[in-house]
Design a protein around this ligand. Structure first.
Ligand SMILES: Nc1nc2c(c(=O)[nH]1)N[C@H]1C(S)=C(S)[C@@H](COP(=O)(O)O)O[C@H]1N2
Ligand SMILES: [Mo]
Length: 423
């Protein structure tokens, strides 16, 4: 990240910490009204209005059960569809897993102690867990596909910092990039490779959690579906950097990205974007009935301060020069506190996780690199067709789709939903 990005990230963390601690419960409630004044529109408070309360109760939970993640796995056959014997043979069980960490043959880094199958020095699962005893870290992160745009699931990922394993190979010089892939049926055309600058692996800039070799999701061993027994998890990145069924790492002197995903015209250096989407938007309502609208926002690396909503009569003309709707009469939605959507029995997973206190309370809210939920009650409308839009605003004042409205850098377009209001 640039100096500016660094400052932005720090500002965001500080801002949200100050905001959360400073305002307290009354302030948070006031924010839910989309108003700084609590008394002024108390009647519209999501907490008090039964319709909005009902909509909020129907929202998905903050953490996605492992089995409910959306699956975008590639491969023929897809590795997690192998039977027990085949999984064991492929090294995809905790008993048989082995990780090689080798010099890249094309741009070799100098290592004193490579981890290789040939020399019998590859890392096994027991070896990884041993490192985990003193070094394991946990953090919540939204897994989002750069190509699809919408989050596949929100999990608490647990594992060992990748750098701990790299240090075990005793690298000496010519190390600029870490290249890695997972099991792919040994067919080169199925190889799905990703890479990181070594700087990102050895240091955690701007308060980011470390890149980890993850073996647990939401407290359970990582399933074959989610890339078990071990996958890479890169906190601030889109899903393609978090390689599943991990078995090979090359330490390289290459100085640039060489990810498989680049072949699809993807911007492989882009980090999670901030954006909002609806989850429950009434699309067919009677005239005069208030609309209880709920949704989520992905809190990307640029942070999140506001979610806003706008319902526009569908036949209204809008100046074409205002293509990002900067001049629209947006209204602030309430960003829900964690407790509103967190299943209470999952609170333990957050205790002492990165960015959380020993009691499992977030140190900053909205928590970066996760998803948060929002709600707004929109006044009843006259009959007609409307376009419902929602957007995020980040701490620098960039309203979605800025600062980067390029699809291949991560979804940031403003969602549009058609709402019909009947007589
Ligand atoms: N080995 C391997 N890892 C992979 C992929 C793959 O095709 N093969 N797909 C990546 C992509 S593009 C995404 S979006 C995420 C999805 O993670 P999930 O299936 O746990 O949701 O996995 C990543 N890891
Ligand atoms: Mo993806």
């Amino acid at each position: 990240m640039s100096n500016r990005a660094h400052r932005v990230w720090q500002d965001h963390l500080q801002w949200s910490r100050r905001f959360f601690l400073g305002l307290g419960a009354a302030g948070v409630a006031a924010l839910r009204n989309g108003s700084a004044s609590l008394a002024a529109d108390d009647a519209n408070s999501p907490v008090r209005d039964a319709r909005l309360k009902e909509a909020v109760e129907k929202l998905e939970r903050w953490l996605t059960p492992a089995a409910e993640f959306r699956d975008v796995s590639r491969g023929s056959p897809i590795p997690h569809t192998l039977d027990a014997g085949q999984l064991a043979e492929a090294g995809l069980t905790r008993e048989t897993w082995k990780l090689q960490v080798l010099p890249d043959p094309e741009h070799p880094a100098k290592l004193r102690r490579p981890m290789s199958l040939e020399a019998g020095t590859a890392l096994d699962f027991a070896g990884l867990l041993e490192l985990g005893q003193t070094q394991a870290v946990r953090f919540p992160k939204v897994m989002t596909c750069l190509n699809i745009g919408c989050p596949l699931g929100m999990g608490v990922w647990e594992g060992v910092p990748l750098r701990s394993v790299i240090w075990q190979t005793k690298p000496r010089e010519n190390l600029r990039r870490v290249i890695y892939w997972g099991f792919h049926n040994n067919k080169p055309e199925q190889k799905f490779q990703s890479s990181l600058p070594v700087d990102r692996v050895l240091e955690d800039l701007h308060g980011l959690p470390p890149v980890i070799l993850a073996y647990k999701l939401n407290g359970d061993w990582l399933s074959p579906q989610r890339g078990g027994p071990v996958r890479m998890v890169v906190p601030e990145a889109y899903g393609f950097k978090s390689i599943k069924w991990l078995n090979t790492i090359l330490l390289s002197n290459l100085f640039h990205a060489n990810d498989t995903y680049a072949q699809g015209n993807n911007d492989v250096d882009s980090t999670l974007k901030t954006f909002a989407a609806t989850l429950n938007a009434p699309t067919d309502v009677a005239a005069g009935t208030p609309l209880a609208i709920t949704g989520y926002a992905q809190v990307g690396t640029s942070g999140l301060t506001k979610v806003q909503v706008w319902l526009q009569p569908a036949n209204e003309e809008w100046p074409t020069e205002d293509q990002y709707f900067l001049k629209s009469p947006w209204r602030d939605a309430a960003i829900l506190p964690l407790a509103e959507t967190l299943a209470p029995e999952t609170r333990d997973l957050l205790k002492s996780a990165a960015g959380f206190t020993a009691d499992g309370e977030p140190q900053a809210w909205p928590q970066p690199l996760t998803k948060v939920h929002w709600a707004i009650l929109w006044d009843g409308l006259p009959p007609g067709k409307y376009t419902l839009r929602c957007r995020t605003v980040d701490p620098q004042g960039h309203a979605q789709p800025m600062p980067r409205p390029f699809q291949k850098s991560g979804h940031a377009a403003i969602e549009e939903v058609t709402v019909t209001v009947r007589e």
